[in-house]
Design a protein around this ligand. Structure first.
Ligand code: PAF
Length: 286
């Protein structure tokens, strides 16, 4: 497994593979890998086969964090990440520095951003207004550096995946986006690097996100339900966990992300819940 930290070296490798007709599968991550990330890596390998190359990037992207968010504290363990990726047979890990990705940002030498203007307005975009601009910008940069044929994203970040698919379609990136299912802990909590921030009591109550998704699924199994009504019921359901503070619960069309008035089978649901300063998200098709 090669570890590459320079953009020029990564592009040279990717171009060499391209010339040889070798398919490139890519999994962008912010590191602190868990089983969910590893399942994305396996999906990438499956897509490109044993003759293809799998690249994983590990980069905690500052432009997707607001000044008040957890950038400095975001968990990191490169040594462990590299060990896990080596065991999985990854070909290249791309680990650039901030100076490499955003040269002279603070002297104003970086000033081009990619902004998706529609799907990024609601939910995560409403709660974290500069977040998706940072995500689309870094993912576009990474695509230009790694030159992937296929890139794999997790379903847990449903809105992120939808926005990246839209960016790829709108800007004609020659890459196929795969969205791989959410992996869950035994009790149903979606795997996330941020789960590490939860203390034992918060961790025990965090399963409420999964239970809320299950409750909504049960509520619309036989009949449709008014969105406002279900929202109110779930708000009550979630705040029964004393440490939980609901940020949002939304019901929407899985393609357009437009909110729906009547919730029925097939409607997508997403929610964000704070436990102390830790903000967890989850989603499911009902
Ligand atoms: O999902 C993530 O971990 C990040 O948003 C991504 C796609 C790696 C971009 O920094």
């Amino acid at each position: 497994m090669q570890i590459v930290s320079s953009i020029a070296a990564m592009q040279r490798l990717a171009k060499k593979w391209q010339r040889a007709g070798t398919r490139i599968g890519f999994v962008p991550t912010m590191g602190y890998l868990h089983a969910g990330h590893l399942s994305l890596v396996r999906a990438a390998r499956k897509r490109v086969g044993t003759n293809g190359k799998v690249v994983v990037s590990i980069y905690v992207n500052p432009t997707q964090f607001a000044p008040t968010e957890d950038l400095a504290k975001y968990p990191r363990d490169l040594k462990r990440d590299l060990k896990l990726l080596r065991e999985l047979g990854v070909d290249v890990v791309f680990t650039p520095s901030d100076a490499e990705m955003y040269p002279g940002k603070f002297e104003n030498r970086f000033s081009t951003y990619i902004v998706e203007e529609k799907l990024s307005q609601m939910m995560e975009g409403a709660s974290r207004p500069t977040h998706f601009r940072g995500v689309t910008t870094v993912v576009a940069k990474l695509f230009n550096i790694v030159l992937p044929d296929v890139a794999v994203f997790g379903q847990k970040d449903f809105q992120q995946a939808a926005i990246i698919k839209r960016m790829v379609a709108d800007l004609n990136f020659p890459v196929k986006i795969i969205v791989a299912p959410t992996l869950r802990e035994r009790d149903g909590l979606a795997m996330s690097s941020r789960n590490k921030y939860l203390d034992p009591e918060q961790r025990a109550q965090a399963v409420i996100l999964y239970h809320a998704l299950q409750a909504a699924k049960a509520a619309v199994k036989k009949k449709s339900v008014a969105g406002g009504r279900l929202q109110a019921d779930l708000k009550e359901f979630i705040t029964a966990a004393p440490l939980a503070r609901l940020d949002y619960v939304e019901f929407f069309d899985p393609e357009t992300l437009e909110p729906v008035k009547q919730v029925k089978r097939g409607t997508q649901m997403a929610l964000a819940v704070f436990f102390g300063k830790t903000r967890l998200i989850d989603n499911a098709g009902l």
